[in-house]
Design a protein around this ligand. Sequence first.
Ligand SMILES: *[C@@H]1O[C@H](CO)[C@@H](O)[C@H](O)[C@H]1NC(C)=O
Ligand SMILES: *[C@@H]1O[C@H](CO)[C@@H](O)[C@H](O)[C@H]1NC(C)=O
Ligand SMILES: *[C@@H]1O[C@H](CO)[C@@H](O)[C@H](O)[C@H]1NC(C)=O
Ligand SMILES: *[C@@H]1O[C@H](CO)[C@@H](O)[C@H](O)[C@H]1NC(C)=O
Ligand SMILES: CC(=O)N[C@H]1CO[C@H](CO)[C@@H](O)[C@@H]1O
Length: 344
Amino acid sequence: MADDFCLFTKDTFIIKPPKKSPLLLRMVVLLFAMICGIYICSICLKQIGSRSIGLLATVHVVERPCETTNVDPSEKPYMHFPKPKTFSRAECACNPVRFFAILSTQRSGSGWFETLLNSHMNISSNGEIFSVKVRKSNASTILETLDKLYDLDFLTSASKNECTAAVGLKWMLNQGLFQHHEEIVEYFKRRGVSAIFLFRRNLLRRMVSILANSYDQNAKLLNGTHKSHVHSPKEAEILASYKPTIKTTTLIANLKQILDMAGNALEYFKSTRHIIVFYEDIIKNQTILNDVQDFLKVPRMDLHSRQVKIHKGPLSSQVENWSDVEKTLKGTPYESFLHADYKI
Ligand SMILES: *[C@@H]1O[C@H](CO)[C@@H](O)[C@H](O)[C@H]1NC(C)=O
Ligand SMILES: *[C@@H]1O[C@H](CO)[C@@H](O)[C@H](O)[C@H]1NC(C)=O
Ligand SMILES: *[C@@H]1O[C@H](CO)[C@@H](O)[C@H](O)[C@H]1NC(C)=O
Ligand SMILES: *[C@@H]1O[C@H](CO)[C@@H](O)[C@H](O)[C@H]1NC(C)=O
Ligand SMILES: CC(=O)N[C@H]1CO[C@H](CO)[C@@H](O)[C@@H]1O
């Protein structure tokens, strides 16, 4: 019996384990499934990872050809390959683009100069974009606007197609440029922006142009509309018929102030890549424009503008109180402004 009992107990002992084993088995299977799952997942993740690395690599391969190899290393900081968000540069994606800024003062021929540049198929100069107050409100809005411009995403009537090779703007010295010159010079150097200084040699003529333009803002000589630039000799003649009176008491101080301003601008930006162009020199001999095109590294073309010069001929006939002006400037460093005339 004892044996029986024992056997029975043994039996029950023996029988019991098979009852427990499905649970153990299930556990083992579950564990196996989990390990398998983790393994499969890890393989999947690895594949996704390597695929995205592969994707990055192919993007890199597409960008590569834009790297120009046969180029002077000193040129590289000035060559850019922008990828605009608003359009595709298509077949010109790997044509280098130069960044420039025309730095000038009002009534120095910069409007005319800009139309000349924009007549080039590969140059896009986008006007006085900083005449808009919010864009020049602080250094960060200025730099943001410049980023947009040089990324080719600032669309104006001057924006060219995908084959723009030089992109820039016209910037007056009093449009935030002086106030934030440190940040702007740093930006020009960091992003490889070249400066084109456009000045006028004869500041007395510039003064006549300023006074006449300011008078016309109210007088509106052209059939009731004010124009700063004209396209016909007839319109130019009408605008030039007004002879301003120059205030002689402040004349010398005014001329000095303008010269100082130009001097300061050159001092601030002397460490950037730049060229200095004078309005009078372009009028005398347009081959100067070849120097500008060479500076921008665009192919040389004949540039043209429809704008007509407003004030021409001797200065003495354009100023109401000429004899006073003459008397005031005689014997000063500015005397040459009285005589320097040019024909066109
Ligand atoms: C700059 O000006 C813009 C717009 O006027 C303004 O939103 C922004 O907060 C200003 N940033 C700084 C740093 O002053
Ligand atoms: C200038 O533009 C033309 C036509 O859009 C293009 O074929 C040419 O490659 C461009 N030149 C440069 C230097 O980008
Ligand atoms: C002014 O208007 C007249 C006729 O209304 C026209 O003949 C003339 O060409 C206009 N002049 C200018 C400068 O627009
Ligand atoms: C213009 O300047 C170029 C070189 O600077 C000179 O070769 C050319 O003769 C000049 N043309 C005139 C009309 O003065
Ligand atoms: C403001 C001013 O200086 N006006 C003078 C301009 O010149 C004429 C003569 O050339 C004088 O009569 C004005 O008084």
